[in-house]
Each structure stands twice: as C-alpha cells, then as structure tokens.
Design a protein around this ligand. Structure first.
Ligand SMILES: [Zn+2]
Ligand SMILES: [Zn+2]
Length: 317
C-alpha cells in the first residue's frame, strides 16, 4: 500500500527528482497525467513513481523542457517501454537527435573544445552531454534500437497552448543555454487550479513573470547561492555559465521574483534544481520564505524543497 493514496481525479504534482543529476515531475489533472522530463534512468523513474503511488500506465505523454542530459537521460527507454508520445519543440528534438547521433567528422579544434567541456562538466558534475561512446550508433548496429526511436513524436511551440487529454499545456520560453528551452503551465479547463514548472533559467524575463501569474503549485528553480558559487569548486568558465543570463536561477533571483513579481496566490511553491555544490537547502528555503514574508499562512505559500535523490510526497489539491 502506498504511503500517499492518490485520488484519480485530483489535481497534483509529484516531483520525482530535481537537480543537475536528473529531473522528472508528474503533473496530473482531470484524469490526464504527463511526465515533465525524463532525466533519470527509466528504471529509477519507475521506481520513484511506484514509491509515490503514481501509476506509469496512467501516463498519457512525456513533455521535454530542453535537451540537457539531466532532463532526457531515461527518455527513449521510458517512452518505448510505456508506448506513449513524447512532446518536444522541433528545435529541441533536433538538438536531442544530434546529441545522440555520433558525429562522424569533427575538426581537431572542435574535438579539443568538446573534451574541455566534458572535463569541466565532469569536474562540476553538471549537465554533461553524453560522449560518443555513450550513444548507440544507429547505422552501425541495426540490431540495436536506435537511441532516438520513439513510439510517437509530437511538436509544440512556445507560446502556443495545446491539449493532452483533459490537460491544457501552455509552454513558455525560458532563457537557458539550450536549443529552445521551455517551461510549462498546466490546467484542466473547467478547473481553476494551475500548476507550473520553471527551472533551468538564467533570469526571470517578463514573459515568464506573466506565465507564472495565478499559479497554485509552482516548481521554481533556486539553483545556487551566489557566494557559494563564487567561492566554490567549479572552474571559472562553468561559474560564468551558471551565472549568465542563460544559466541557472540563484536563490537571490528566485527570491527577487517571489518578492516583486509573484502574486502570492500559490498553495505550494517547490524550490527545485538546487545545486549540490553551490547551495544549501536551508539557504534556498530561507531566501524564498523571507521573500514571501507575511504572505505565508496556513492556507498558502507553503515552501517545499525538491530533492535529487528522493521523490517528494505528491502535492494534491
Ligand atoms: Zn537541468
Ligand atoms: Zn539545462
């Protein structure tokens, strides 16, 4: 028996994992359920779904925010196992295919740069793109399943809402160093509850502020503490990347959003994609709670911390 009984028609968000070693979140409403990102192995996603009472057979689709490995690591295997469609933007799909398809020709300069990037990513433990050895070549090994083969492929565009079952999905562009990264707002038409996922963004631009109005459950990035990042172990180039306008949202930037732009109406705010090297859960939570200030109450603005190695209890409304 599950610790948290799930009610089939509840509106809920279950954060299975969040962070640079893997992201996956179930969003469900009105009998439709989708998985946002599949950045853990298929086995681990299924294990965490079982632990939280989420039924994989009830998933209608997988939605991908962007092609970084911590968002797609288990994607193909999971989609094929569950036989469900995967929704990408066209540019994200193209980047994902390119990432998994071995490059036959590469200049030495490009190779050196690639090696340097991989070394830095390995040192930093963040978002490495897989090496060629990780990718199964499609042509050379016809008996193997091509790593980019999916049961069904659907494209969406940022700024254009679309429907999956009973769930309305509103994708919005986020500033991040990927091909065409997106966040999502979800709601079931006829119900007033809205849920949003907004991680992997360098800052909060006006379109994101607008998208995050009137949300009831918000998964918001709170990646790093600025001082910890500056004094931390990352190589300079990686620090620059994280800090950039297309990097990751700091505790301070998340707090600024919560203080100045957030309307205070959420039931729960989940802080996610916390860096393991450059953040402490207490710092992220404190910054967010101080920013929300006296808007916190028994009725709303509960602040939770998403975890890397453990699924959160489903947030049900
Ligand atoms: Zn990420
Ligand atoms: Zn990313």
């Amino acid at each position: 028996m599950n610790r948290w009984p799930l009610y089939p028609l509840t509106v809920r968000m279950t954060v299975l994992a969040s962070g640079s070693r893997g992201n996956a979140t179930v969003v469900a409403a009105a009998g439709t359920a989708v998985l946002v990102d599949a950045g853990l192995s298929c086995r681990e996603i299924l294990r965490r779904m079982a632990a939280t009472g989420e039924d994989p057979a009830q998933l209608n689709a997988i939605l991908i925010t962007h092609e970084h490995l911590d968002h797609v690591a288990g994607l193909s295997v999971l989609a094929r196992k569950l036989k469900i469609p995967v929704f990408f933007t066209e540019a994200t799909h193209r980047a994902w295919v390119r990432m998994l398809t071995p490059q036959r020709r590469m200049t030495y300069k490009a190779w050196l740069e690639k090696m340097q990037r991989e070394r830095e990513a390995m040192e930093a433990g963040i978002e490495a793109t897989p090496s060629e050895a990780d990718a199964e070549p499609c042509e050379e090994a016809p008996k193997k399943v091509c790593p980019t083969a999916l049961p069904a492929l659907e494209f969406f565009e940022a700024g254009r809402s679309f429907r999956i079952g009973n769930l309305e999905v509103c994708p919005f562009t986020i500033p991040h160093d990927a091909a065409d990264p997106c966040g999502f707002v979800f709601y079931a038409p006829g119900e007033s509850i809205r849920m949003a996922v907004a991680t992997d963004l360098g800052y909060v631009p006006p379109n994101v502020k607008l998208a995050l109005k009137n949300v009831d459950v918000l998964l918001l990035e709170s990646n790093h503490d600025l001082e910890m990042l500056k004094d931390g172990p990352y190589p300079w180039s990686v620090k620059q990347r994280v800090l950039s306008r297309v990097g990751h949202l700091s505790n301070a930037a998340a707090a600024e959003f919560l203080m100045r732009d957030y309307d205070g109406g959420a039931h729960t705010i989940v802080l996610g994609h916390l860096s393991e090297q450059n953040n402490l859960p207490e710092l992220a939570k404190l910054a967010a709670e101080q920013a929300i200030g006296d808007r916190m109450s028994l009725l709303g603005n509960r602040v939770l911390l998403a975890q890397q190695d453990l699924a959160l209890e489903p947030i049900q409304l």
